[in-house]
Design a protein around this ligand. Structure first.
Ligand SMILES: [Cu+2]
Length: 178
């Protein structure tokens, strides 16, 4: 019976694998979004109109030895034509949308002007007619260990939107330290 309880959550499981060392660091996480009450979920939807349960997200990070970092986002099953805001946040996702904490910042600051796509990782996108979307962000810097742990989707681009979904992603620095 225990297996039966967990079987429904298989589709919500995050598949994450990181590799570190001399070749830089790569990580990939993917999941189908689940309602906050779902057992074992690593990707939560907080607004099932804008991010329907069962819609899908994939995030990949690659950091070269130089520290140059790319973060790529792919989604399916979202609302065609809707413009979403997306950022890398500091903490893992949980049932409470606030659990993911604030934005990851390369140079941490309380100045609102520091919340910009050069100092943070933004992956804003507009869903295409088929509900799919994608974005990529590139920076010359890598993440500090343990300080970048999720991707949060907001209901509008920029920094003012409400949190509508979240995927936990184990972002890491060029040497893979966590
Ligand atoms: Cu955000």
């Amino acid at each position: 019976m225990v297996a039966g309880i967990c079987a429904g959550a298989v589709a919500a499981a995050v598949l994450a694998a990181g590799t570190g060392g001399a070749q830089g660091y790569s990580v990939r996480a993917e999941a189908h979004f689940a309602a906050p009450g779902a057992a074992h979920a690593k990707a939560f939807t907080y607004d099932r109109k804008l991010v329907p349960a069962g819609s899908w997200i994939e995030v990949r990070q690659h950091t070269a030895d130089s520290g140059a970092t790319s973060v790529r986002l792919r989604v399916t099953g979202l609302v065609p034509g809707h413009a979403y805001g997306v950022h890398v946040h500091q903490k893992p996702c949980a049932a409470d949308p606030a659990a993911a904490g604030g934005h990851y910042q390369h140079e941490p600051s309380t100045d609102p002007a520091a919340a910009n796509p050069d100092n943070e990782v933004w992956l804003d996108f507009t869903a295409r007619r088929d509900g799919a979307g994608s974005a990529v962000a590139r920076h010359s810097w890598d993440f500090r260990p343990g300080e970048a742990s999720s991707v949060v989707i907001h209901d509008m681009p920029g920094t003012k939107g409400a949190r509508v979904a979240c995927l936990t992603v184990p972002f890491g620095p060029r040497d893979g330290r966590s």
